[in-house]
Design a protein around this ligand. Structure first.
Ligand SMILES: [Zn+2]
Length: 177
């Protein structure tokens, strides 16, 4: 391994501190993740940044040094080249559904529907929903505050109009006497 600390840091930051295969973050994992050679060194891969991925321990363990040596062998999804949405569809129940052969193979090889990951995706969805609801709630509170302010102004205007009306009435009655 000739990966310097600087390169390691670059890979971490570029991946936003999350596994590029499954999305689990350092915070979720409770530790830093691993650096993976997409094309393994043993299969001709290099140490260049384009061949390095930030990868959780579990994905790395399942991926190992897989590399197709024959065109008939399936290839793994490269998260640095193609977005996940190209190969997978996340269902409401938190599982990934493969959209391509590469997606199907990667899903199987890296066990991307392993139960803790499915639970993790469900939790992420719930968190996103909670944030959405909270944002909506704040918007409504703000709107109510605005309405209250407007109501206060209108009430004040109504009070002034009533006073003017009473004054006019008084003048009118005085003029008739
Ligand atoms: Zn992972």
């Amino acid at each position: 391994m000739t990966i310097t600390n600087e390169i390691r840091e670059q890979v971490r930051q570029r991946a936003n501190f999350a596994c590029e295969f499954c999305g689990v973050t350092e915070t979720d994992a409770g530790s830093e993740l691993t650096i993976d050679h997409f094309q393994p060194i043993t299969k001709g891969g290099g140490d260049g940044l384009e061949n390095l991925l930030y990868c959780c321990h579990r994905c790395n363990q399942y991926k190992l040094d897989y590399w197709p040596t024959h065109p008939s062998e399936p290839s793994l999804w490269n998260p640095r080249r193609e977005p996940a949405a190209q190969h997978f569809l996340e269902l409401d129940n938190g599982t990934l559904h493969p959209l391509t052969d590469t997606g199907a193979f990667t899903l199987k090889r890296l066990r991307l529907n392993r139960p803790p990951l499915v639970a993790y995706r469900i939790r992420k969805r719930q968190q996103a929903e909670e944030i959405r609801l909270l944002t909506r709630y704040r918007e409504m509170v703000q709107l109510l505050e605005q309405l209250n302010t407007q109501l206060f102004i209108l009430t004040e205007e109504q009070r002034q109009l009533l006073e003017e009306q009473r004054e006019l009435l008084r003048l009118l009655l005085n003029a008739q006497e």
